[in-house]
Design a protein around this ligand. Structure first.
Ligand code: UT7
Length: 344
């Protein structure tokens, strides 16, 4: 179905540029079968279902098996998106994979996915923007499509956060889960698509959320492992405050670029980290509860996979129909944050 194109005065809304659009033709997601509930966590650390639910909104999360790596989760999500788009592996020109839990430091997890799906015509690389990675990936993919360099781009957000979580640290282990989401971007003349994406970063606040050791700054050693420096660390309170301000501001910037008011948005898909962050951002934006898509209670925070999985679930459940306007807004380590407006 082709809908009449909207006209935007602002040139940074690149939608339908010279008659072409970067269209998200399909999405797909995958979460591992194993469910870890708050009750399970009560047996592992000094916590309670009441604390986790009231402070975060999370009821359960999915945990990958020890035989599943991030590329395995990503591959399942990619195959679902490819099947819905009715494309073959040979059609894919580029694979962009956003993750903070790569299969290994190098080569890229995108190359591992390329091998597993057999997309041997594609270039492939990883993007590291933590929880903002999927929107960073969409924006990079859009640039290649609008420049007419590539016709078909596979963008994936995938994480096995269970592999970097300290299961003895109640401050963090209750928050995260594993999963993957994927989107197929294509150049479509006269079609609808990704209207704008705003990406932001502040490298002064790297320490708020990081894995301190294992890289070139602090190579892995017995000492780093004994000190637990290979685990994810977060200053939750500070991160919370920054997240609310940054997500509100970048979401507004994306809306402004597209000359849209929040009331015109059918579905707001925020990063699924904490229900209180989501509600605070929604309130500041003036978004109504019925505009919000939230699946945090089932999966916890899946970082780069978070909004990718949510977008897929919103589409498959019928919350988003073709032609609807969607606002996605994310925030994560780096710090990084981003927002995208899509005409679905
Ligand atoms: O995805 C990237 C971005 N990440 C985020 O956006 C996450 C941002 N931060 C948050 O979501 C919240 O800050 C948390 C959920 C991590 C924490 O919520 P909070 O309301 O900021 O709690 P807090 O850190 O102030 O901790 C309050 C208390 C502390 O006890 P004391 O020091 O007051 O006695 C913690 O030790 O809660 C304690 N606590 C827990 N108690 C039971 C921390 N974790 C737990 C736990 N169970 N799992």
């Amino acid at each position: 179905m082709t809908l009449p194109a909207r006209k935007f005065k602002n040139p940074s809304a690149r939608h339908n540029y010279q008659g072409h659009a970067c269209s998200i033709v399909s999405v797909g997601s995958y979460v591992p079968a194993r469910i870890l509930t708050n009750a399970d966590l009560e047996k592992m650390v000094d916590t309670s279902d009441e604390w986790i639910l009231s402070r975060t909104g999370i009821k359960e999360r999915r945990i990958a098996s020890k035989y599943q790596s991030t590329s395995d989760l990503a591959t399942q999500a990619a195959l679902r998106a490819m099947s819905r788009a009715k494309i073959s592996p040979d059609d894919i020109d580029l694979i962009i994979l956003a993750t903070i839990t790569p299969d290994m430091p190098f080569p890229s997890t995108a190359c591992a996915v390329q091998r597993k799906i057999g997309a041997f015509n594609a270039a492939a690389f990883d993007v590291q923007a933590a929880c903002s990675g999927f929107i960073y990936g969409l924006e990079i993919g859009q640039q290649f499509i609008m420049s007419r360099t590539y016709e078909t781009v596979l963008v994936i957000g995938a994480e096995k956060l269970s592999s970097i979580v300290n299961w003895k640290d109640r401050n963090t282990c209750v928050l995260f889960g594993d999963g993957a989401g994927a989107a197929i971007l294509r150049n479509r003349a006269g079609a609808h698509g990704l209207m704008t994406a705003c990406m932001r970063a502040d490298g002064r606040l790297t320490d708020l959320l990081c894995v301190p050791a294992g890289g070139s700054a602090c190579p892995p050693s017995h000492e780093t492992v004994n000190a637990g420096l290979h685990f994810l660390r977060m200053d939750g309170k500070e991160t919370f405050k920054k997240a609310v301000t940054a997500m509100h501001s970048v979401a507004n910037e994306a809306l402004r670029r597209c000359e849209l008011d929040i009331s015109q948005i059918k579905c707001v898909i925020p990063h699924q980290a904490n229900r209180r962050i989501i509600d605070a951002v929604a309130e500041r934006l003036g978004a109504k509860p019925e505009q919000l898509f939230v699946n945090l209670e089932k999966y916890g925070n899946t970082s780069a996979a978070s909004v990718a999985i949510a977008l897929d679930e919103a589409v498959q459940s019928g919350c988003i129909q073709r032609g609807d306007l969607v606002l996605m807004v994310v925030f994560g380590a780096g710090l990084t944050w981003a927002a995208a407006v899509i005409e679905w």
